[in-house]
Design a protein around this ligand. Structure first.
Ligand code: CA
Length: 229
């Protein structure tokens, strides 16, 4: 489960150590040394996880966390707070701001890697490699195979990611811009009507087994993957 990680940490030693260890675990790490730097980066890219140091020069990690949580664009991105503080009270304050998890320095890189895996599984099930099976439609992220009632379904890479996202987020409505953020990720300059093009292709591919009606248009809102009519 390789993830794009934004590490916001001002201490060069810890930055280097984490870059090395997370890189070895297969993750791509981009480092920012303060909140301004992080916000600048986030304008053009959306990471899978943010590791956020509590004590930063300028805007604190807690304030940055609050700010990201108040913004729809960043709302789905898991945030793990890194901190030297271990007090129960601080821990509660950290989680209150909307952080998904909290890890106290010094921590072992191995522990951090397993925490990252846990938040990804919770917040972004499409990042995991578990097979998904809904109403006879089966998607295997490891072999990249999709079948509908046992019949193989051919999908392009974008349609595959789109279907994986839908199947792991069934019964919820997503706007075009939310789908762009979640499925296209980094490339936020894609136009919203691109989503419609790929939805059309996805439906066409799913017609083979009659699963196309699971991809539903919700007028005025966006799209939903649902087994209900
Ligand atoms: Ca710090």
């Amino acid at each position: 489960m390789a993830a794009n990680i934004l590490l916001v940490e001002d201490e060069p030693g810890i930055q280097e150590l984490l870059k090395l260890n997370l890189g070895q675990a297969g993750h791509q790490v981009t480092a920012a040394s303060d909140a301004e730097d992080a916000l600048q980066y986030l304008k053009s890219a959306l990471p899978d996880v943010i590791l956020l140091d509590w004590m930063l020069p300028g805007m604190s990690g807690i304030d940055l966390c609050k700010r990201l949580r108040a913004d729809n664009r960043y709302q789905p991105v898991p945030i793990i707070m890194l901190t030297a503080r271990g007090e129960e009270q601080d821990r509660v304050a950290g989680l209150d701001t909307g952080a998904d998890d909290y890890i106290t320095k010094p921590f072992s890189p191995r522990e951090l890697v397993s925490r990252i895996r846990a938040v990804l599984r919770r917040r972004a099930p499409q990042m995991t490699e578990e097979q998904v099976d809904i109403a006879g439609l089966r998607l295997d992220p490891v072999s990249h195979r999709v079948t509908g009632n046992g019949t193989p379904i051919e999908l392009g890479p974008t349609e595959f990611r789109l279907l994986h996202f839908f199947m792991t987020h069934a019964e919820r409505v997503y706007s075009r811009s939310q789908l762009l953020d979640q499925v296209w990720g980094d490339d936020v300059f894609v136009e919203e009507r691109t989503v419609d093009v790929h939805i059309r292709r996805l439906r066409l591919a799913l017609e083979v087994s009659g699963h196309d009606n699971l991809v539903q248009t919700v007028r005025g809102s966006g799209y939903r993957f649902s087994v209900q009519k």
